[in-house]
Design a protein around this ligand. Structure first.
Ligand code: SAH
Ligand code: SF4
Ligand code: F3S
Length: 462
């Protein structure tokens, strides 16, 4: 026996780090939450893995916004159940947890329909995850879906430096959560609870941590991010415009974005920020849902199509370079052909750089579900196709107009070709460029040379 073998034999087998696999559905706020959950679990010795086969703990961070999103969870749980059974035969454990908006909305139902699930945790109680996990391992089927009284953000760990580095040079930062608007189609006020804004000090500290971990671009998140209002260090109430001004003073932070905004919460200070702050990207995601005043009223959006268009004109007046993106719902109960044509006209007037459009999906418990005159599926499908084809044409035209422009590009990740890097334009389109000695995290000047269907091509200059 060689010395080395003796040495190895003497050492106890290393304890295998436990692994957590998180699958994220839905919006950016869920992406942010998944990262915070992973950070919280790392304190208990869990390492993140992107291979479900290796995981001791599997979390599905779910979305309830449309029926399809919610149903996906149950089919995934079916697959996981088989995996868990196979594991048990090998004497290995696999804990399954459901978090996020389906957990909040259908917690008990999940436990009933999916016997393999060990724990269910709503979006306001993630900080109780490590404790819930201990209870689940003791054999309990845990359900935590209270709207926690304590502020979850105070209990969640700030982004970890090493993990931030792995996650890249752009990051999400949730500043506002929940919603008090109660649009008649929407589950968010029920799944995420009442509107809460994080205080400036907490947000600043988190942004600085992200920058220490190499982040150069931060996107502030909220279901109604422009309704954010927090107490400032001066004791005054601040709005999102003030917050963006303060964040643009953070050294090393090169770019700021925010999403999602509600048309009723775009105030003068935020509009002025688009004029004054070079770090604030010229991009505004401003969902309108419909161009018909009758439907907007039934949806409880509390503004008209003309008010929406006037608002966009005001922001464009101070930032002519602005790209507008939006969300649309077709086939809301009672939507006539005429209502739909009003949506098509609004799209024609605004001109979108990007957009997301959906068929109305009935959500149990929302006022829309009890309304009369639901629109037939075939009609919804036909309207969606027409709307999407118009929006796609606008997106392509917008991209074509970018060709020839010179922009500052933040390099985010390797491209598909060797020696190619990918960043995002100020207007959020992916941009491919030859690396030419530049590195991820650099901001370089490029000229856009070509526009493909989903991305731009550019060459470095200077
Ligand atoms: N707070 C944002 C929207 C968040 S939900 C706002 O008020 O604009 C994201 C998008 O999902 C919505 O803009 C809407 O277009 C879509 N959506 C929400 N509920 C829906 C439903 N029941 N059916 C279809 N689409 C829906
Ligand atoms: Fe849902 Fe309306 Fe709130 Fe947006 S504003 S999250 S659509 S209820
Ligand atoms: Fe979905 Fe919840 Fe976001 S319902 S869209 S994950 S807030």
């Amino acid at each position: 026996m060689s010395e080395q073998t003796v040495f190895l034999d003497d050492v106890a087998a290393p304890v295998r780090a436990r692994k957590v696999f998180v699958k994220t559905y839905g919006c950016q706020m869920n992406v942010y939450d998944s990262d915070r959950m992973t950070d919280a679990l790392s304190k208990d010795g869990y390492e993140a893995t992107d291979r479900v086969e290796d995981a001791d703990l599997v979390l599905l961070n779910t979305c309830h916004i449309r029926e399809k999103a919610a149903e996906k969870v149950y089919s995934e749980l079916g697959r996981l159940r088989e995996m868990k059974k196979a594991r048990a035969r090998d004497g290995r454990e696999m804990v399954i947890g459901v978090t996020g908006c389906v957990a909040q909305a259908e917690g008990k139902e999940i436990l009933r329909r999916a016997p393999a699930v060990d724990l269910v945790i709503g979006p306001q109680t993630y900080h109780r995850l490590p404790d819930a996990l201990r209870r689940a391992k003791g054999g309990e089927r845990v359900i935590e879906t209270d709207y926690a009284i304590e502020d979850k953000f105070e209990h969640l760990p700030a982004p970890d430096k090493a993990r931030t580095r792995q996650r890249g040079v752009t990051a999400f930062l949730t500043v506002q959560e929940g919603c008090d608007k109660f649009c008649t189609f929407c589950v968010v006020p029920y799944t995420r609870g009442a509107e809460v804004s994080r205080p400036v000090s907490q947000i600043l500290a988190e942004a600085e941590k992200l920058v220490e971990g190499g982040v150069r671009e931060v996107t502030l998140l909220g279901q109604n991010v422009n309704a954010w209002h927090g107490e400032g260090p001066d004791g005054r109430p601040w709005g999102l415009g003030d917050l963006l001004r303060r964040l643009s003073e953070v050294e090393g932070l090169a770019r700021l974005r925010y999403t999602t905004s509600h048309p009723r919460d775009m105030d003068d200070s935020l509009i002025a920020a688009h004029r004054d702050l070079p770090k604030l990207m010229p991009y505004l995601h401003l969902p309108v849902q419909s161009g018909s005043d009758r439907i907007l009223k039934a949806m409880n959006r509390r503004h008209t199509a003309a008010e929406y268009i006037a608002l966009i004109e005001r922001v464009r007046a101070v930032q002519p370079d602005l790209a507008i993106s939006g969300d649309f719902i077709v086939g809301f109960p009672g939507e006539s052909d005429e209502d739909f044509e009003a949506t098509m006209r609004l799209v024609g007037t605004v001109g979108y750089a990007q957009a997301f459009s959906f068929k109305y999906s009935v959500r149990p418990g929302t006022p829309g579900a009890d309304m009369q005159n639901h629109v037939e599926e075939a009609v919804k499908a036909e309207r969606l196709e027409r709307l999407q084809s118009l929006l796609f044409t606008q997106q392509r035209d917008f991209a074509a107009r970018c060709v020839g422009k010179t922009i500052d590009l933040l390099l985010e990740k390797p491209g598909r070709m060797p020696d190619q890097l990918v960043g995002r334009s100020p207007w959020l389109q992916p941009v491919n460029v030859g690396a030419n000695g530049s590195e991820i995290g650099d901001i370089i000047k490029v000229r856009i040379t070509d526009a493909g269907p989903n991305s731009l091509f550019a060459e470095a200059i200077g």
